[in-house]
Write a protein that binds this ligand. Structure first.
Ligand code: SF4
Length: 314
C-alpha cells in the first residue's frame, strides 16, 4: 500500500461515467495512475509510467469499500472495476468483488487487458464478477509487441492461453474487446490471425473499437467506420462495433458538482457531451464549469477528429 500513502484523499470511485457498453457505470479505480502490465499505443490515459506484473494491494481495500458505499445512492447500471491502469494487478480483487456482492445488487463488470488470466488466482478472483471484458488487440506476437508493448513477463502465447482457459472456467458474460489501428491490425493477414485467436477464445460477444479519443502515441490512427464494419463481419458472428455512447444513452436527472467533472477528467479525456451524459448535467451547465476550470488552469483541451476533448492537469 505504500504507493498510495502520499495520496490519502484520493478518490477511488468515479462517475457514473458514460460507458458505451455498460450504461451509467460507477468506476472503481484499483491501482495508481498508469500502473499497468501494458503500454498500449492507443491508451487514452497516456503512456504507462509503472509497467509491472506485480499483484498487490495497490490501494487500501477498506477505503475503496467505504467510498463505494457512499456512492451506491447514485444507482448505477454497473459497478465497473477499471480506472487508471490494470485492475487485475490489485491483489484483493476477489475479496473486493465478494464484498460488493454483499452490499449491493448492482452487477459487477471488470474491464481488463486480459494479460494476467494465465494466473489461476486471477481467474478465481474474476470468477465472482457478472461480466468480464478482456482485450485482444493482436493475432500475432509481432503486432502484440507493437500495439500493447507488454511487460516482458507476458508472452503472446501465455496471454492467449489465459483468455482461452478463462472461457471454460467463467459462467458470467464474457465479452472480448478488439481495438484496431489503421494500417497495423487492418491488413487482411492480421485479420485472419485475429479471427483464429477469437475462434479459440469463443467469447459471448466481440466488440470492435478504434481510436476516438487522444491516444498515447500520435501514430495510433483511427480505422474508418465502413472498414470497421467490414472487419467486424469477418471476425466473429457475434461482433459489433461499440456504438457512440451519445446516440444510445438516455438523459438522467441527477446532479454533479464541479469536482465530479474534474475527477472524471482525471480518469480520461471527455467531450462536453460525454460529461453531460455521464453526470446528468445540461450541456450548457457543463460548458460553464469547463470555462471556469480552464480559466483556473486545471484542465487542458485537445482536438481529435474534429472533436474537442478536455483533460485534467494533475
Ligand atoms: S489501454 Fe488499458 S491496458 Fe493499455 S496501457 Fe492503457 S490502461 Fe493499460
Amino acid at each position: 500500500m505504500e504507493n498510495d500513502t502520499n495520496n490519502k484523499k484520493r478518490n477511488y470511485i468515479f462517475g457514473p461515467v458514460p460507458s458505451r457498453r455498460l450504461g451509467r457505470s460507477l468506476g472503481v479505480d484499483l491501482v495508481p495512475f498508469k500502473t499497468c502490465s501494458y503500454d498500449c499505443v492507443y491508451c487514452q490515459l497516456g503512456r504507462t509510467t509503472n509497467k509491472t506484473t506485480q499483484r498487490k494491494e495497490w490501494v487500501p481495500l477498506t477505503d475503496v469499500i467505504d467510498q463505494l458505499k457512499d456512492h451506491l445512492y447514485l444507482k448505477p447500471d454497473y459497478i465497473t472495476l477499471s480506472g487508471s491502469g490494470e485492475p487485475t494487478l490489485f491483489s484483493k480483487l476477489e475479496e473486493l468483488i465478494l464484498k460488493i456482492k454483499e452490499i449491493s445488487d448492482t452487477p459487477v463488470a471488470v474491464l481488463t487487458n486480459g494479460s494476467l488470466l494465465w494466473l489461476p488466482e486471477v481467474r478465481y478472483a474474476l470468477n465472482n464478477a457478472d461480466m468480464v471484458i478482456p482485450s485482444l488487440d493482436a493475432g500475432s506476437n509481432r503486432v502484440f509487441q507493437y500495439v500493447n508493448r507488454p511487460h516482458p513477463d507476458i508472452t503472446f502465447s501465455k496471454m492467449l492461453q489465459g483468455l482461452v482457459d478463462f472461457r471454460s472456467f467463467f459462467r458470467g458474460q464474457y465479452w472480448l474487446e478488439v481495438f484496431l489501428l489503421a494500417g497495423v491490425t487492418t491488413p487482411q493477414a492480421e485479420i485472419v490471425k485475429l479471427k483464429s485467436c477469437i475462434d479459440l477464445i469463443q467469447p459471448d460477444l466481440v466488440q470492435i473499437n478504434t481510436v476516438t479519443r487522444p491516444p498515447a502515441e500520435d501514430y495510433a490512427e483511427q480505422v474508418p467506420k465502413n472498414q470497421l464494419e467490414e472487419i467486424a463481419i469477418q471476425l466473429f458472428e457475434r461482433a459489433e462495433i461499440i456504438a457512440d455512447y451519445r446516440n444510445v444513452h438516455k438523459e438522467e436527472d441527477f446532479t454533479a458538482r464541479r469536482e465530479d467533472i474534474l475527477i472524471l477528467l482525471q480518469r480520461r479525456p471527455c467531450s462536453i457531451e460525454d460529461i453531460a451524459a455521464g453526470l446528468g448535467l445540461h450541456r450548457n451547465e457543463v460548458v460553464k464549469y469547463i470555462e471556469e476550470l480552464s480559466a483556473e488552469g486545471r484542465i487542458e483541451t485537445k482536438r481529435q477528429n474534429q472533436m474537442l476533448y478536455y483533460k485534467a492537469l494533475t
